[in-house]
Each structure stands twice: as C-alpha cells, then as structure tokens.
Design a protein around this ligand. Structure first.
Ligand SMILES: Nc1nc2c(ncn2[C@@H]2O[C@H](COP(=O)(O)OP(=O)(O)OP(=O)(O)O)[C@@H](O)[C@H]2O)c(=O)[nH]1
Ligand SMILES: [Mg+2]
Length: 257
C-alpha cells in the first residue's frame, strides 16, 4: 500500500499516457495512479485498461461520459483518494509538462518539510518555462501577479497544476462548493487552503510545453480565472455588485453565489 495517489486527468492523451504511467511507476518512491478519463475519442482509456492488467494494485481508472473539464475531474479524484485512504494526493498533467521526478520533491515538501499543500512552481527562480510562446509565458506570469494582488496570497505561481495536498486539506475544504475549471480551479483550491490556514509551500520546477498531443486550453478558461479570483476576495465582490453592466460574464462563469 502506498500513502500517495497521483491523479492524472486525460482527454486524448494516447501519445503520452503509457510513457507517463511507466515513468511514475519507475520512481524510487511508490506512487499509485488514478486516471480520470473523459471518454477520449482517441482510445486513451483502452491503453490504461491494458496497463491495469500489468499494475493491478497500483493503477486505477475512473471513466466519465464525456469531456466534463479539469475541475470536476480533480474533485472526483480527490473524493476517490479520500475514500481509499491516501495521505497525499497529487495533481499532474499527462503531457510531461510536469516532470514525474518532481513528485518526490513535492511529497517531501509535505511529508517532511511542514507543507500542507506543495505547489510545483514555475516562477520562484525567475521564469522556468521551456518552449512556451512568449505570449503564453506573459499571460501566465501576469495572471499570477494579478491573483497575488487581489487575494494577498504570497504565492508566485497560483495557476500551477502540479501539486500535492495533504489529506487533512482535502478533508477540510468543501469540495462540493468548488465550481471552477482550468486555471481558475487551481487558483480557487490554493486560495481555499490558504483561507483555512494551511501552509502552502512552493517547490521550484521546470515546466516544459507538451511535445505530443494537443492543448485543450480555451479562452473561456482564461476569462473564468479572472472572475473566480475576484470572487475569492470579498471586498472586490462588493465592488462588482455595483457595476453589473461591466461584469456581463459573471453569471455565466461564476453564478450568483
Ligand atoms: N479528464 C479530463 N482531462 C482533461 C480535460 N481537459 C484537459 N484534460 C487533461 O488535463 C491535462 C492538462 O491539459 P492540457 O491540454 O495539457 O492543458 P494545458 O497544460 O493548460 O495546455 P498546454 O500547455 O498547451 O498543454 C492533460 O492531462 C489533459 O489531457 C477534461 O475535460 N477532462
Ligand atoms: Mg499541458
């Protein structure tokens, strides 16, 4: 039995999925993997199921009917992890943007160095992003600066999707209240941990653009991140209640809550 579960959401990752699974299982620490598969048309699920025969007690899959988004995929995975008794739950992309070797550093940050949430951070020592177009680097960097400004969290990389959560964090957060997706989901979860007084630490990582497969990020995901950040911090909520015409997207992405 391992104390650590790595959740990997997948949508059309047939070029990456087998390699990433084998890489995680080759690490010196034992990790289990849960794939949250959204009925990828490219047959990702079949590859996972074939590998489950080779790794019956370490590799698991949860299949959903269609592409339901990253946020709900992780919430589903978090609940699964709590139910199955894991002490440490990780978020990781399937596309090798996150180096699986860094799982051990994230684990140590929580298990041995006092963190409750560990974030694999691109922006601690300058900008550690390889092969991203400049526009994307700037967007991500300034998105984090924006989130820092609004929420007052002292975190350099707030949209990162490479993370470790201690069990007590996922037990404390009301997972059913989280409704955001994509980057906003990462911001919201980090903010909720911070608000509950958990210690959020950052571990420097190098992030690489995917080589195989294609990106699923959309413009909606970016806009949503903007609104969810405002929603996180109450004084700003007051301001936008008085300017409804400026925030036409609010209801669509955040709702009235
Ligand atoms: N289950 C599930 N997984 C998803 C969904 N959208 C994206 N993913 C997975 O989430 C991870 C991150 O998605 P990416 O498309 O790489 O998004 P990104 O990293 O912001 O974009 P790139 O940097 O261009 O790769 C990958 O493992 C995807 O397969 C979804 O709707 N459902
Ligand atoms: Mg990616």
């Amino acid at each position: 039995m391992s104390d650590s579960l790595v959740i990997i959401p997948t949508y059309n990752e047939k070029e990456n999925i087998e390699r990433i699974i084998r890489k995680v299982f080759s690490l010196e620490k034992e990790f289990h993997i849960l794939i949250i598969e959204d009925n990828s048309p490219d047959g990702t699920a079949a590859i996972v199921k074939k590998l489950m025969k080779e790794f019956p007690d370490r590799l698991f899959i949860e299949e959903r009917k269609g592409k339901l988004g990253l946020g709900t995929a992780y919430i589903h995975g978090f609940k699964w992890s709590l139910k199955h008794g894991y002490g440490y739950t990780f978020e990781m992309d399937a596309d090798f943007s996150h180096n699986p070797d860094d799982l051990i550093r994230l684990y140590n940050a929580c298990a041995n160095e006092g963190g409750d949430v560990a974030i694999g951070s691109r922006y601690i020592t300058g900008v550690n992003v390889v092969n991203w177009p400049m526009g994307r680097v700037l967007m991500s960097y300034y998105a984090s600066a924006y989130v820092r400004f609004i929420t007052r969290m002292k975190i350099r990389d707030t949209t990162a999707g490479f993370k470790c959560y201690k069990r007590k964090v996922l037990e404390t957060i009301d997972l059913d209240s989280v409704r955001s997706d994509g980057y906003a989901f990462q911001i919201e979860l980090t903010y909720l941990a911070f608000k509950h007084g958990f210690r959020v630490t950052e571990v420097p990582i190098i992030f690489r653009e995917r080589i195989h497969g294609y990106s699923k990020i959309s413009r909606k995901v970016v806009r949503e991140a903007f609104w969810i950040t405002l929603k996180c911090h109450a004084p700003w909520r007051e301001i936008w209640h008085h300017l409804p015409f400026l925030f036409r997207d609010y209801d669509e992405f955040v709702g009235k809550g």
